[in-house]
Design a protein around this ligand. Structure first.
Ligand code: AOF
Ligand code: ZN
Length: 355
């Protein structure tokens, strides 16, 4: 490990403290080093609040040392006036002579301009230290910026013999059959807190009457996103309780039912359905979506390869027959443990593999 990598690892570590609070901004960490000693550090804590560099500079007790220090940042310092002033200007104003950056900011208003702004003032800039790791950490941000769609997580629990639900007799009242264990269910709520949107299809909504809120973990609720082509979800359902924003994509004209918390978006259900839905979600600042079912929706996304990561929990139970789990064979890259149940972590792209 080089000296530069050592400090950049610390930046990546700090950046992760912002997980779940920075969206749709990236997680960013910064460290200030003076003669081999860290004299300040900071990270982007929350969307709309101070950037990592500002917090790092503010944490330095003896500001006179800045003139002889190096600042390490896990993302190119910004050059634009967004919700906060440009970080490149802050570095210039504090006369920090050297900047080490992990990766460029893909945000079009910045991309390369932050680096140029610093270099134009004679500041020494080096880019690319732990670049892949920094991009992987912010794979949600990078995907949203470069692909005009949110980062898509697929999630389901299946039995050992490959079913996600029991077979139901005609007329039997549908109800969810738990497959996940208590521990992994808690972790799903952590994931919900860290994801901007949560998506399900009509059948899951109608059968389960889910609330899709974050209850077993501290953090925000994801925006609820439902695909309900025919407008079949009964109005008394939890999705309409007004506690969280719900966006419904439908073919029907349901605007008169719209309220502050329930938004209907009329959509053509043609071959570009998902491309359209995800580009609309991106324009609503939703940079990541957790797809929690059902089979039809999950399989459609797998078939058109519109997904980035999958969390599949396999329990010890066997159903013998029922609703078959989505078929995702061919994509296994990574297998790990998620709670006490086994899960398989899959990815369509090597670039965004988990670190
Ligand atoms: C940095 N350091 O810690 C972060 C950066 O609206 P604003 O002012 O918060 O700007 C948001 C954009 O700034 C965001 O899209 C990304 O390009 C960059 N994020 N930049 O120099 C940071 N979080
Ligand atoms: Zn900034």
């Amino acid at each position: 490990m080089t000296v530069e990598e050592k400090y950049m690892y610390r930046c990546l570590q700090l950046a992760q403290n912002g997980r779940g609070f920075t969206s749709p901004n990236p997680m960013v960490g910064a460290v200030i080093v003076h003669q081999g000693k860290i004299i300040g550090e900071g990270y982007h804590r929350q969307y709309g609040k101070a950037h990592a560099e500002v917090n790092a500079v503010n944490s330095v007790k003896d500001k006179a040392l800045l003139k002889d220090s190096t600042i390490y940042v896990s993302l190119e310092p910004c050059s634009h006036h967004g919700k906060t002033p440009p970080c490149a200007q802050l570095i210039i104003d504090n006369q920090i002579p050297k900047v080490v950056v992990a990766c460029l900011d893909p945000y079009p208003a910045v991309s390369g301009r932050g680096i140029k702004m610093l270099q134009d003032r004679g500041i020494e800039v080096s880019v690319g230290v732990l670049e892949k790791e920094a991009q992987a950490l912010n794979r949600v941000f990078f995907t949203a910026q470069t692909r005009n769609r949110p980062y898509i997580y697929l999630k389901w629990a299946q039995t050992q013999d490959g079913f996600i639900d029991k077979e139901r007799c005609d007329g039997e009242k549908p109800q969810p059959t738990p497959i996940s264990n208590e521990f992994s269910r808690m972790l799903v709520h952590k994931k919900r807190a860290e994801t901007a949107g949560i998506m399900i299809g009509t059948n899951t909504a109608v059968n389960d009457n889910p609330s899709l809120t974050t209850r077993f973990w501290y953090g925000k609720n994801p925006v609820r996103i439902i695909i309900d082509r025919q407008g079949r979800i009964p109005s008394g359902y939890q999705l309409f309780d007004g506690k969280v924003k719900t966006i419904i994509f439908t073919e029907k004209d349901l605007y008169e039912k719209q309220s502050d918390s329930v938004i209907y978006i009329r959509t053509d259900f043609n071959e570009s359905l998902f491309e359209n839905i995800f580009s609309i979600l991106k324009s609503h600042k939703i940079d990541s979506v957790l797809v929690e079912g059902g089979r039809e929706l999950l399989q459609s996304l797998i078939d058109i390869q519109m997904w980035d990561e999958a969390y599949i929990e396999t329990s010890n139970a066997c159903f013998g027959k029922g609703v078959k789990a989505p078929d995702i064979r061919g994509y296994v890259l990574n297998k790990g443990h998620w709670g006490t149940s086994e899960y398989v972590h899959l990815s369509t792209t090597d670039t965004y593999k988990i670190i």
